[in-house]
Design a protein around this ligand. Structure first.
Ligand code: 3H9
Length: 700
């Protein structure tokens, strides 16, 4: 079948688009739509229906074409052709009508959609704005306030909501073609003319005073430092105050500015990185998978409970194993509390909550796990305890069940060795809070079977996680890299910075939270306990964590004890600086013979981010990560790295590996090789003038 097909059904012309997988507006599709509309002007049709084959209506412009020389007809020309049609054109949508796809629909004269369809303008998530009239047509139909929300958030909305916003005219319950033909028939029968959204005029007096300025200010908090959301507001403002064509010109100019920005390059990189991460090198696409219809979870604490929710949310029953009934009840109460938070936010109904809870069943008996298809162990981080759990699982679970550990740094092979089926053992490292965080590190043990890996990657999509394959080493990808990052934060602290300075630098740069605030949130005692378990050689230089350790030793464990690097208001949890901490830092510096100095914001930023990048390079070279973009996905989805900077490895490429390498050499000269040795891969790429991204390509 060709990309665009045309058929006359009675006096209705049906234009069918077919450009798998998502009907993106690639050159061939644009050409086909343009030609079909043009030809249909001359035939016997009285109305035209535009719909798509396959899983979805047009999902947007073809992102892979961005940055390449443009090929006519451009999307704007296609849209003009549709809008100027002398016969009414009806968009009939199913799946997801997104971005340029929804803009095509907005240029049609009428719109209908299946009830299950979603529509939206998600360009902002790619650092872009709708560049084919979306910012001009949406407010003309839905009003200014709704358009601002819809386009700056970028989240698709269900057909019924779109209908209530007048973005679509009709919701169709079952057969899309039949419904669209019936709609077309009605329009023909009542001689309905082509109705152009561009002809609607927005009365400026209908827009509340100060709306745009207020919205811009809100965006400064919600989308700190991001270009596209602010430009979207400017475009919608133009839709109110300027004629349609002038608004379109403004939109196009700002779209191009966004397209050429480093922010959009980073976000588009992430879009493909997330999808590439699901592909396992050496594992054919058709690798068989095991069916996961029920799950067992060992440990009903914060982590185990959060993991259980992911499965219940998609209808997979869970058996939650704890040591006694009291522990089960505590675990279920936390889960109930978490669901109530979602309920309050309006993201869940009472009936859905009841259903989810009914899928989670507590038990104290391993024999109850005999029939589950997957078990995830989420007990305390102690290797002997984990081995004990796995020996039991080996004894009780059916053959073929996948046995997973949620450990964040223990050796998967040692855990697998406690069973007689190491091929069924894998790491599934969820991030806290597990019901919220998107990242899932899938950790491959040396004996993990291919179908176990393939199942884990597939399962991640079912439970709406973003999976990344990691090799088995201390901390895998994420926690291994965060160690030198945390180390540098500690060293900056003792050398002269304050917790506030470090957090402000990192947060204004875009991190969701600064490292000190993260430490307080997670609990400073966690790292302390891990360090206590290390031998002297592993502990390294005693000055590195002396401040964190000293805080724990005086009972400042972070938010949970009301004080850590900061002091926390017991009621509001608002944090404030604490002179006691500064005094403690100064005392530790003196005890270790360090003369505190002024540390620049730039030094803090570079030491922290370059420490991540250097470890990332080592992780690539030793095969712990499959590709640099996988590391980026880990950091954005698991560690609050700013998406518009694309992840640490993309960021390194964007500022140039030579700069990173030279700075690391300077840090080495200043602080010594124990802290800073440029990774061999970074050295090589920097000297050859290459990027991390090119290294990936070299491997294929
Ligand atoms: C835009 O429209 C700009 C205009 O305003 C103005 C222009 C002038 N292009 O996600 P999946 C690929 S900007 C190219 O796994 P799902 C994707 O890489 C665009 N390729 O499927 C993957 O390839 P592979 C605004 C695309 O069912 C395959 O399709 N639109 C595009 O989970 C399957 O994708 C958007 O931002 C694309 N536009 O989800 C929508 N989209 O198999 C972006 C997908 O080789 N797309 N691919 O890895 C999506 O959100 C999801 O893909 C969608 C399907 C919800 C549609």
């Amino acid at each position: 079948m060709s990309t665009v097909n045309y058929e006359l059904i009675g006096d209705i012309g049906v234009i069918r688009l077919n450009n798998p997988p998502v009907n993106a507006l690639s050159h061939g599709l644009r050409e086909g739509i343009w030609g079909a509309i043009k030809n249909a002007q001359e035939d016997a049709s009285k109305a035209l229906v535009l719909l798509c084959e396959g899983r979805t209506f047009i999902a947007g412009a073809d992102i892979t074409e961005f940055g390449k020389p443009p090929q006519a007809p451009g999307l704007s020309e296609v849209i003009t052709e549709i809008e100027n049609s002398c016969k009414p054109v009806i968009a009939a949508m199913h799946g997801t009508a997104l971005g340029g796809g929804f803009e095509v629909a907005l240029a049609c004269h009428y719109r209908c959609a299946l009830a299950s369809a979603k529509v939206g303008l998600p360009e902002v998530k790619l650092g872009l704005l709708p560049g084919a009239g979306g910012t001009q047509r949406t407010p003309r139909l839905a009003g200014v306030a709704a358009a601002l929300e819809l386009i700056t958030k970028g989240s698709p909305i269900p057909a019924a909501k779109a209908e209530s916003l007048k973005l679509i005219d009709r919701v169709i319950d079952d057969d899309l073609l039949k419904g669209a033909l019936a709609f077309a028939r009605e329009l023909i029968d009542r001689n309905a003319p082509p109705r152009r959204v561009r002809d609607i005029v927005i009365d400026p007096a209908s827009v509340p005073e100060g709306l745009f300025d207020d919205f811009r200010q809100r965006l400064e908090k919600r989308a700190r430092g991001q270009l596209a959301p602010q430009h979207i507001v400017t475009c919608i403002e133009a839709a109110v105050h300027q004629p349609f064509d002038e608004g379109l010109t403004k939109e196009l100019n700002l779209f191009i500015e966004c397209l050429l920005s480093s922010q959009s390059a980073a976000l588009r990189h992430l879009f493909f990185a997330e999808r590439t991460a699901t592909k396992i090198q050496g594992l054919p696409k058709d690798t068989p998978t095991r069916e996961i219809k029920s799950v067992g979870i060992i440990g009903g604490g914060t982590m185990g409970g959060g993991i259980a929710m992911n499965f219940a949310n998609v209808g997979i029953p869970v058996k939650l194993l704890e040591i006694d009934q009291a522990a089960i009840e505590r675990g279920l109460a936390v889960i109930d509390k978490n669901y109530n938070i979602t309920l309050k936010k309006g993201k869940l109904t009472e009936a859905q909550k009841t259903h989810c809870l009914s899928l989670i069943e507590g038990t104290t008996d391993y024999a109850d796990l005999a029939e589950v298809d997957l078990v995830i162990e989420a007990v305390f981080e102690n290797i002997e305890l984990k081995q004990e759990v796995f020996a039991k699982l080996d004894q009780f679970c059916k053959p073929g069940a996948i046995l997973a550990t949620n450990t964040s740094y223990q050796d998967i092979d040692q855990i697998a060795a406690a069973t007689n089926r190491p091929e069924d053992v894998i790491g599934l490292h969820f991030f806290s809070p597990a019901n919220v965080m998107k990242l899932l590190e899938v950790v491959r043990g040396s004996k993990s079977a291919d179908d176990v890996i393939a199942t884990a990657m597939q399962l991640a999509k079912i439970i709406k996680k973003v999976p990344v394959l990691a090799g088995n080493c201390f901390g895998f990808i994420g926690n291994r890299m965060v160690r030198p990052y945390g180390r540098e934060a500690q060293l900056c602290l003792i050398e002269g910075a304050t917790p506030e300075q470090i957090d402000t630098v990192m947060q204004s740069w875009g991190m969701a939270m600064g490292p000190m605030a993260v430490g307080d949130l997670a609990g400073l005692d966690i790292g302390y306990k891990v360090r206590q378990g290390l031998n002297e050689a592993e502990k390294g230089d005693p000055k590195t964590y002396c401040i964190a350790d000293a805080l724990v030793e005086i009972g400042r464990l972070g938010q949970k004890s009301g004080a850590g690097y900061y002091r926390y208001d017991p009621k509001t949890r608002a944090r404030s600086s604490d002179p006691e901490v500064l005094a403690l830092i100064e005392a530790q510096a003196e005890a270790h013979g360090i003369e505190r100095r002024e540390i620049s914001d730039e030094e803090i930023l570079n030491r922290l981010t370059f420490a991540l990048i250097n470890e990332g390079a080592k992780i690539l070279e030793d095969g712990t990560a499959q590709r640099p973009s996988d590391i980026d996905v880990v950091y954005v989805y698991g560690y609050g790295f700013p998406p518009h900077r694309g992840g640490p490895m993309h960021y390194a490429d964007s500022i140039g590996l030579a700069k990173v390498y030279e700075s690391i050499c300077a840090f080495r000269d200043q602080h010594g090789e124990a802290y800073w040795t440029p990774a061999p891969l970074l050295t090589r790429l920097a000297q050859e003038g290459k990027t991390f991204a090119s290294w990936t390509n070299d491997q294929h």
